[in-house]
Design a protein around this ligand. Structure first.
Ligand SMILES: [Zn+2]
Length: 344
């Protein structure tokens, strides 16, 4: 079931049916059904549940490294994945932010079917940006990070819940690792923070970044050791109403087949209003470093399809709160990723 043929099956069935005027329709239909039956349907992703997981994180308060809310949320996430029956590993680390602060951080890795040899990684980040520097009025205020942070984790948790509740016969044939990076969003934004000194400037010139501190640490200290999944999918800003996902440049360069697979799946199950067959410039996100670590990774990230702005207006502002979260977006992303994994 690895081949793209699986994806072609329903389309092929239509072509065959259309071309079957002077052939035996019955026989053609049966062939099509047999082929289609080989594509396992994923279980249903519950958007209410994903929404509740998103709400819960936001209710802890901004998940800014070194804060109480951050520690409490991390503890809750670890416990939640354990309660769902996954095997959880924590990767504590300290990293220096651009402003010189040492951030007490941890990556959280939750494994479903840890014994499976073939694996897929679902990456996301669980911290929130400490300041709404793109806000018109409250530039120093922390933000809820409802879409930028909590939504990706909410989808990961719901995927874990659905997967773990399947009987053996309905489980996918791969293991899945939910890898939640910390300290992704404490980076230096030259467009809004030019009055501040970026203390990591020298390092940035050597290919490091003030963003994505958790994935950079992880890429240097792979956990699980020698980790080599078939591919990875990064979820970032995946919960806002009317979100749009384009085919981001680095994703296409590194894993064109996975981009195609995800976008075609979305179209097939009715979510092409979210997953646009349109390209977007590359961005610095955790997938830069997971790709460097040898995991072919694509990024699913909310991107404005028209105009010069890369991100929608809520990005890094106090508007990124629960009022912009839409269950249908959570469903579109969660169901598409689940179905992609089930199709193999
Ligand atoms: Zn962000």
């Amino acid at each position: 079931m690895k081949s793209k043929y699986s994806w072609l099956a329903p389309a092929l069935a239509l072509v065959l049916l259309a071309a079957s005027c002077n052939r035996d329709k019955q026989a053609t239909t049966e062939t099509a059904e047999t082929e289609e039956a080989k594509v396992p349907a994923a279980p249903s992703f519950n958007a209410d549940s994903a929404y509740a997981y998103t709400t819960k994180q936001v209710a802890f308060g901004p998940r800014v490294p070194n804060s109480k809310a951050h520690v409490a949320t991390g503890d809750w996430l670890v416990q939640k994945f354990k309660n769902l029956g996954l095997t959880v590993k924590e990767q504590p680390f300290e990293a220096m932010a651009f402003d010189g602060k040492m951030l007490r951080s941890r990556n959280i890795i939750a494994q479903f079917q840890p014994q499976a040899t073939r694996r897929v990684a679902v990456f996301t980040h669980w911290d929130t940006r400490p300041f709404a520097d793109k806000d018109d009025q409250h530039k120093n205020a922390p933000l809820d990070g409802a879409s930028d942070g909590a939504s990706g984790v909410g989808i990961a948790l719901e995927m874990a819940r659905v997967l773990a509740s399947q009987p053996d016969s309905l489980r996918p044939n791969v293991g899945i690792d939910f890898i939640l990076f910390d300290s992704e969003d404490y980076g230096y934004d030259g467009s809004t923070q030019s009055d501040l000194k970026n203390q990591l400037q020298a390092q940035e010139e050597q290919g490091k970044s003030s963003w994505c501190l958790g994935s950079q640490y992880w890429a240097q200290h792979l956990l699980p050791a020698n980790y080599k999944p078939d591919y990875g999918i990064l979820l970032d800003m995946v919960g806002a109403k009317n979100a749009k996902f384009s085919r981001e440049q680095l994703s296409v360069e590194k894993a064109r087949d996975i981009v195609d697979k995800v976008w075609n799946t979305a179209a097939q199950i009715g979510y092409s209003d979210y997953f646009l067959f349109q390209d977007s410039p590359g961005i610095t996100d955790d997938h830069v470093f997971t790709n460097q670590a040898g995991v072919r990774t694509i990024d699913i990230i909310d991107h404005l399809p028209v105009g010069d702005e890369y991100f929608p207006a809520y990005h890094h502002t106090t508007q990124d709160n629960m009022s912009i979260i839409d269950k249908r977006t959570l469903k579109a992303v969660g169901q598409t990723v689940l179905q992609t994994i089930y199709a193999g």
